[in-house]
Design a protein around this ligand. Sequence first.
Ligand SMILES: Cc1cc2nc3c(=O)[nH]c(=O)nc-3n(C[C@H](O)[C@H](O)[C@H](O)COP(=O)(O)OP(=O)(O)OC[C@H]3O[C@@H](n4cnc5c(N)ncnc54)[C@H](O)[C@@H]3O)c2cc1C
Length: 414
Amino acid sequence: MPQIIVLGAGMVGTGTALALQARGHDVTLVDRRGPGEETSYGNAGFIQAEAAEPYAMPRDLRTLAAYALGQSNDLVYDLAALPKMAPVLWRYFRNSAPAAHRRASAQYAQLVARATGDHAPLIAASGQDNLIRRTGYHQAYRDPRAFAAAAREAERLAAEYGVPSQALDSAALARAEPALKTPLPGAIFWESCWTTPDPGGLTAAYARLFAAQGGRVCRGDAMSLAPSGSGWTVATEEGPVAAAHAVVALGPWAPDLMARFGYRVSMLWKRGYHGHFDSPAALSRPLIDDANGVVLTPALRGLRIATGAALVARDAPADPVQLRRGAAAAGELLEIGPRVAEPQWFGHRPCLPDMLPLVGAAPRHPGLWLNFGHGHQGFTLGPTTGILLADALEGQSDPLLSALSPAARPGVLR
Ligand SMILES: Cc1cc2nc3c(=O)[nH]c(=O)nc-3n(C[C@H](O)[C@H](O)[C@H](O)COP(=O)(O)OP(=O)(O)OC[C@H]3O[C@@H](n4cnc5c(N)ncnc54)[C@H](O)[C@@H]3O)c2cc1C
């Protein structure tokens, strides 16, 4: 069996390494940090079986005006950073039109439908069942009209994709979450989502499973990847590693390495922040405050409040204005308690403008494989696209793989 290097040990790279290992390949997983210490650490920890459709950019004038005027906490932006993002934003906007979004959703729904089933054996084999809550979450609304619209949308998702949910009215929500301080118009209870209080810990546990099964985990710089003979080498702390194939699973940093080989990746980085709070309130399950674009989820270090998207330069310094506003809003709903002292975390959702992850062979470099661009749901989809990447590397093809492949998406990778 050929040797394979997987670059990046987030949920996507780790899921890929495990899938390739399960087929009998000799795999080395390389990261400059420990497994699961970047985006896969700081996210909200949702394994989103309910997210049948990818996150489209709103196109209605009211929402766009609210964004432009800075009236929405869902999305904030740095005006100075927008010109550089304009081409990818424009493509994302066009792909968010109903017909294009429906086409993307037809692929996306197939991926998401597999997600919990693909995590399940890894959760069991890595002994992490205690880290998984199979309780779903509440998406709560402050405005009765927004709640009514969400209930209609939930019915549509049930009809089109079989996504289960319940619309809870004000009284039912208050019964389900007695810790809420104020009555709210209602919530959608998304039943099929699994969540974890420690997404980084789950990723690291998957990497330990990979190592226990004979895989090698090394620290090294992916930017040292170079062609060598008929394959690839990468420099690691344990010396150079050579292999017939290399898989780029670097999440938000994938475009940097791809640029070294002459590829331009059209990626939109949607920054998000989190903070932990020493909350005395006990939620029965995670809760999204829809009006303020924040997720409240019980996590290992306290109540984790995670934010929506900030469109800023990838290397811009931290400015957690969304987190501050989101936490203030969350405090109206729940006793959130004091902020836990910790360095300010932020990470970037690696979004591609057609909203699908890129999975398959690099067009101009034999033996170079790509698995990145999972946007809002990479923690959910890592094991699933890992299996698909293993299929592609072994020469299998099917319509889903073809739709995700770089060859089918010249607007994403050039
Ligand atoms: C606030 C927030 C909340 C989110 N909530 C959810 C959620 O609830 N559910 C969900 O499914 N998704 C969620 N996401 C999205 C999800 O976190 C990402 O899609 C996912 O983590 C991407 O995984 P990845 O493995 O591609 O990237 P990462 O986890 O970032 O992994 C990439 C790895 O590459 C390594 N690397 C980078 N450069 C180099 C280099 N030069 N050399 C070596 N290694 C390198 C990094 O160290 C890192 O470990 C959220 C994102 C944010 C920001």
